[in-house]
Design a protein. Structure first.
Length: 450
């Protein structure tokens, strides 16, 4: 170990060759999970005193372990929110690994942080926040939401001064992502449930009515969703911003999935009001073509987040006195992979127009898919897609039918689609974020439901 020998050179070639072959597969097989017993039998004991050797371990990964993982970048991987990293982004992830950059501080990672911040600035500009807004790339939307909400409460604490409320509270809806409730639990805060409208949207009127009834004591944030995970619906951001302003509440926009569509000129107006957010998140690993895992977390006033999150200790003194932009200071983390770099590299290499085009393409496929679903007598499209998620009922199916169908699709390698629950009913949903997904791919899936 720790010496570059001829054997290391051979391993480097083997690994780069594998990565290149994997990227070239067209389409990559979907693959799928196997049981612990099957994997035990196929892989055997991989951790040994003397080691297997790099090439043997790589072969084991290629032949046994990788095929036991679903290829979320397959064009027919439509479950949850899949991934569709560009080749450039994926390749650059190898470089991030090869360079041992500590992405937590400016003093150690200045070049990487500079590049990440330019990528963040593109998102800030699309959202219409002031150029002084900024933040950090964190692991995922879950940590992004938690970090933003911790900053929000810190601000409320500072404003409240000597008279803290009995309970801290944030307002959200039933369509809000599960990670927001998880954040509230971690923070020992309560969630004020605001009813949604007929489309599953948070509106200013509902928020105002609920806060009128429940009061605003201890209310430190309102979470709006720009593209709900289940149905892709965008809350009424401008109306919500008005109510936040009336009550002095922090306005957080969770756009983990949907805010990527800010890059699409035809969609940008739908997010009107996001420019008034105190914080927002968007996951490049969802619909901005970056590999896992990557969430952009942005604050209108980064200084507020810095006050909430900066860790202090004698051994950190050189960082905290520097006055420089330390990514560690803006979320719940310290050591940090420069995980925004694959996104930055792809953006730098391809240019922002390529992003706009790729997102437009997925939106067009979603619209074509909606029309296809509407034409089929055995299917119901449960709502017109606002973004790129389609929620579909197969007439006459029970939950067990959806389960069996989903398992069949994956086992046959045709597609990865899973059931969901929408308004208490088991149905299915297709999430389209891959520019290589075609209307024919969607039709092939819909055919299997006949
Ligand atoms: C996916 C998602 C999250 C959570 O993001 P992770 O990256 O999975 O942690 C939060 N909010 C919304 C709206 C999401 O779609």
């Amino acid at each position: 170990m720790h010496i570059f020998t001829d054997e290391t050179d051979g391993l480097a070639r083997a690994i780069l060759d594998y990565a290149s072959r994997r990227l070239r597969l067209d389409p990559v097989p979907l693959d799928g999970p196997r049981s612990p017993g099957e994997l035990e039998r196929a892989a055997g004991q991989t951790i040994t005193a003397d080691g297997l050797g790099g090439e043997a371990a790589l072969r084991l990964f290629e032949e046994v372990l990788a095929p036991a993982c679903i290829s979320t970048d397959n064009p027919r991987s439509l479950a949850f929110i899949p991934a569709a990293p560009s080749e450039a982004a994926t390749l650059f992830d190898l470089v991030v690994g090869a360079t041992s950059i500590f992405g937590g501080s400016w003093s150690e990672g200045a070049g990487a942080v500079f590049a990440e911040n330019q990528a963040l600035r593109w998102l800030v500009g699309l959202a219409g926040l002031p150029a002084t807004a900024g933040g950090v790339f964190v692991q995922g939307g879950t940590i992004g939401n938690l970090s933003a909400l911790v900053a929000a409460r810190q601000v409320a604490r500072a404003v409240g001064g000597a008279s803290p409320p009995a309970r801290w509270r944030l307002a959200a809806t039933t369509e809000t992502h599960s990670s927001v409730r998880s954040a509230a639990a971690v923070m020992d805060a309560d969630v004020v449930d605001v009813p949604v409208d007929g489309d599953g949207r948070l509106t200013g009127a509902n928020l105002r009515r609920t806060l009128g009834r429940e009061g605003t004591d201890g209310l430190f944030a309102v979470v709006a969703t720009a593209g709900t995970t289940n149905t892709g619906v965008i809350d009424r951001l401008g109306e919500i911003a008005d109510v936040c302003e009336e009550h002095g509440a922090w306005f957080h926009v969770d756009g983990a999935y949907g805010l990527a569509a800010l890059a699409s000129p035809s969609m940008r107006h739908r997010f009107s009001g996001v420019e008034r957010a105190d914080s927002f998140i968007v996951d490049p690993h969802k619909w901005l073509f970056a590999p896992f895992d990557c969430c952009a977390l942005v604050y209108r006033e980064p200084e507020l987040a810095r006050a909430a999150h900066t860790q202090t200790a004698g051994y950190l003194q050189p960082l905290s006195t520097s006055g420089e932009w330390n990514p560690s200071d803006f979320a719940i983390h310290l050591t940090r992979r420069a995980r925004g770099l694959p996104f930055w590299f792809s953006l730098a290499a391809h240019g922002t127009s390529a992003y706009a085009e790729a997102i437009e393409r997925t939106l067009a496929v979603a619209r074509a898919a909606a029309a296809d679903i509407a034409r089929r007598p055995y299917l119901d499209l449960l709502l017109e897609p606002e973004l790129s998620i389609l929620v579909v009922r197969r007439r006459g199916w029970e939950p067990a039918d959806y389960d069996a169908w989903s398992r069949r699709l994956l086992a046959s390698g045709l597609a990865f689609v899973v059931p969901t629950v929408h308004r208490g009913e088991t149905v299915t949903r297709l999430a389209i974020v891959n520019p290589r997904t075609t209307p024919a791919d969607i039709a092939a899936v819909l055919d299997t439901m006949a």
